[in-house]
Design a binder for this molecule. Structure first.
Ligand SMILES: [Zn+2]
Length: 86
C-alpha cells in the first residue's frame, strides 16, 4: 500500500474515468449522492461523485466509495498554499 508523502497515512490510488490517478483513503465509506454537495467520493469505477458522507442521513445510501485523500489529509492545505505562492 502507498502512503501519503505529506502525512504518512496509507493511501490507495484509484484511476478516475478520465484516466487520472486519485489518491484516496483506503477505507470504504457509504455515500449519498447529491448535486452540489460539498463532499466528494471516488467510486470503485473511478467516478468522482458529489455527495454527502453523513451517516445520520436516513435515506438509503447510494453506495460505497473512497474519500479523496486531499479531503482528509492534515497537511493538504499546506500543499495548496505552497502551490499558490508559486
Ligand atoms: Zn496526507
Amino acid at each position: 500500500m502507498a502512503s501519503c508523502k505529506g502525512c504518512g497515512r496509507p493511501i490507495i490510488w484509484i484511476m478516475s474515468s478520465g484516466g487520472k490517478m486519485i489518491p484516496c483513503d483506503p477505507t470504504e465509506v457509504l455515500y449519498w449522492k447529491r448535486q452540489k454537495a460539498r463532499g466528494k467520493i471516488v467510486t470503485r469505477n473511478g467516478e468522482v461523485v458529489s455527495c454527502d458522507l453523513d451517516a445520520g442521513i436516513k435515506e438509503e445510501p447510494t453506495g460505497v466509495g473512497y474519500v479523496p485523500h486531499w479531503a482528509t489529509c492534515p497537511v493538504a492545505g499546506r500543499f495548496k498554499k505552497e502551490r499558490n505562492r508559486g
